[in-house]
Design a protein around this ligand. Structure first.
Ligand code: UD1
Ligand code: UDP
Length: 381
């Protein structure tokens, strides 16, 4: 029996680790799976835990409003260190590229506990884009024992950095496992979508929907102003199109969005609170176009056949560019307006994007990850 601590802190880590936790729990005779959350996010993390019915064994409850990277890093390392000394796991599992991931990997290393990294090997090659995530994942790879890469390309990135081939595995991305679970639930029981008219999407029948999300630190300031100005102009240009924007709780996002877009004259702009995962999946599925700087949304959209305009200069997810589902538009106001207008006017064709192939996986990534861990520890599957 091996004790495995799964440590995470934010919404996307919770979404992408939930299927891994559920899978580990299928092998109680091999794994004692412990869940520790830093709560780098609070409300947005709790929304995910609730949907996947995951109760953390330990909640470090570290979020404070508008936390700086340095403050959070210092607190997280101390708190995770205490947790690891108490829990004494045989392995730590982390996912992705947030500050929680880097802190957990570093602290596990200081305690000589091996780290397994889910979604390993994504790279832009630019340490300031996305910032600080690119450096978080580069450093986490240096601290990791078993690397679970979602795609061939992400594994190649690790090999190029000198990581042993035998320590790396291509598994697919666990976000697709989560998405398939969510789609099944949404189909059987359409969720309410809070803050929209009648808490559902019925009143938009026949109208196009542009779904927007955004939170990248490198876009704070001028970038976010430019994104919001573009949305305002698009809403005036296309009054019959609805722009639905679940606004991230980071004050650096809330401030420009409310300053520029929270105006009664834009009655086709709907600023709503971050959605729980099931309503968000239902909304993505109904949307005609997605405008985002999110990592996870770029991976989910191909399964739903949605065209995505990515408000970034570079992406660590080139597979979506190659498959034609995503296009980089950056944060230039005119470019966002031009590219979104093209899609709005041509939405029928854009919806013809091949939606059966998703380069990020087939929904079995967690199963592969747990099978590899069973082999690693010489357990029979
Ligand atoms: C973090 C991650 C980013 C990830 C994103 C997913 C880092 C440095 N950033 O960015 O990689 O893509 O999460 O969304 O790890 N807040 C709340 N409630 C919440 C969540 C956030 O109020 O549930 C507010 C707080 O004021 C908090 C602030 O947002 O201080 C920033 O949160 P933080 O986790 O530092 O950064 P994100 O921008 O969310
Ligand atoms: N998401 C959600 N509710 C929302 C917005 C996004 O559940 O209101 C989900 C989305 O489906 C994806 C994940 O959150 O799985 C992406 O999170 P985010 O964009 O915050 O982080 P990133 O992926 O950029 O790290």
């Amino acid at each position: 029996m091996k004790k495995i601590s799964v440590i995470f802190g934010t919404r996307p880590e919770a979404i992408k680790l939930a299927p891994v936790i559920l899978e580990l729990k299928k092998y109680p005779e091999s794994f004692d799976c412990k869940v520790c959350v830093t709560a780098q996010h609070r409300q947005m993390l709790d929304q995910v835990l609730e949907i996947f019915e995951i109760e953390p064994d330990v909640d470090l409850n570290l979020m404070v409003k508008d936390q700086t990277l340095t403050e959070f890093t210092a607190k997280a390392i101390s708190a995770i260190d205490k947790y690891l000394k108490d829990e004494k796991p045989d392995m730590v599992i982390v996912q992705g590229d947030t500050t929680t991931v880097f802190c957990a990997a570093l602290t596990a290393f200081y305690n000589k506990i091996p780290v397994a990294h889910v979604e390993a090997g994504l790279r832009t090659g630019n340490i300031y884009a996305p910032w600080p995530e690119e450096i978080n994942r580069v450093l986490t790879s240096k601290l990791t024992t078993i690397h679970f890469s979602p795609t061939k390309q992400s594994r190649i990135n690790l090999i190029k950095e000198g990581i042993n081939l035998t320590d790396t595995h291509i598994t697919g991305n666990t976000v697709i496992d989560a998405l398939l679970i969510a789609i099944e639930k949404v189909k059987n029981n359409p969720p309410e979508i809070p803050d929209l008219p009648d808490n559902n999407l019925d009143s938009f029948n026949g109208n196009q929907i542009v779904l927007i999300t955004g939170h990248r630190r490198e876009n704070f300031g001028i970038g976010f102003d430019s994104i919001c100005n573009a949305i305002a102009k698009l809403a005036e240009k296309f009054p019959e199109v609805h722009f639905i924007y679940p606004v991230h709780l980071n004050p650096n996002v809330q401030d420009p969005v409310n300053r520029i877009l929270n105006n009664k004259k834009y009655n086709n702009i709907h600023l709503i609170k971050p959605l729980a995962y099931l309503p968000f999946v239902a909304l993505m599925n109904r949307a005609d176009i997605i405008l985002t700087d999110s990592g996870g949304v770029q991976e989910e959209a191909p399964s739903l056949g949605k065209p995505v305009l990515v408000m970034r200069e570079v992406t660590e997810r080139p597979e979506g560019l190659l498959s034609g589902t995503i296009k980089l538009v950056g944060t230039d106001e005119e470019k966002i307006i031009t590219e979104t207008s093209k899609l709005i006017m041509n939405v029928k064709n854009s919806n013809d994007i091949p939606n059966k192939y998703n380069p990020y996986g087939d929904g079995k990534a967690s199963d592969r990850i747990v099978k590899i861990l069973l082999e690693h520890y010489h357990f029979d599957n």
